[in-house]
Design a protein around this ligand. Sequence first.
Ligand SMILES: C[S@@+](CC[C@H](N)C(=O)[O-])C[C@H]1O[C@@H](n2cnc3c(N)ncnc32)[C@H](O)[C@@H]1O
Length: 246
Amino acid sequence: MVGKVFIVGAGPGKKDLLTIRANSVIEEADVILYDDLIGDVVEVLKKTKAKLINVGKRKGTHKFEQEEINKMLVEFAKSGKKVVRLKGGDPFVFGRGGEEIEFLAKEGIDFEYVPGVSSAIAVPGVAGIPITHRNYDPAVVFITGHESRGRLNWEALAKFNATIVILMGLSNIEKICSNLIEHGKDPKTPVAVVEKGFSSEQRVIEGELRDIVEKVREAKISPPAVIVIGNVVKIRRGLSKPEKRD
Ligand SMILES: C[S@@+](CC[C@H](N)C(=O)[O-])C[C@H]1O[C@@H](n2cnc3c(N)ncnc32)[C@H](O)[C@@H]1O
């Protein structure tokens, strides 16, 4: 009998933010292929009977190519296994989950999408920055900081009244800020960078488009981090008592 592949979101790095559905498919899995997850989610995996394979890919030192992962998913499913493909945040937000379901569908393998709490929303949130607020911009744009094919319309982005949330943007933060300023975005637009959200090492650096690069360098911020550009960043400053998390 052919098995099934579950494309599962692990959330932003806290095991209690796994969904109930994610927990139950993880518990029943025969094989779990997981990315380099931050936080304590890996502890949950270690308690299962499943074969665990870390297919985490680091920039530069790729452990597994995407094609290899796709093939492994198909092979395990064809041998009748319940396969969990576990990714940080939500699998369909800059997580290549889309490529994997295309491949599975082409190979005739059953799959199920199990959503996760995306860092794109939750990491700003845990830092006291709601990505929308009725008094501020009426839209949100999610962008990848690794777009290298020139497909981002910087002019449109600079003119659009939207909160801009950037994932994987730290190494290109200088280019991102200067592109936005060059295309007309106010250099005084508030910016926050949230490093290692939900962890005990979480740090938040605040500034403006014109000075955030310097501040990030000074503080030696390192990935993973989410960059938020927009007026909603001001909300954090107005919170007299920040959220408390145990
Ligand atoms: C490959 S993308 C995957 C995003 C994921 N699918 C999601 O929905 O959150 C990885 C990026 O997510 C962001 N990220 C994920 N977890 C984070 C966390 N706990 N704190 C800060 N940034 C995080 C960082 O921008 C990181 O470079």
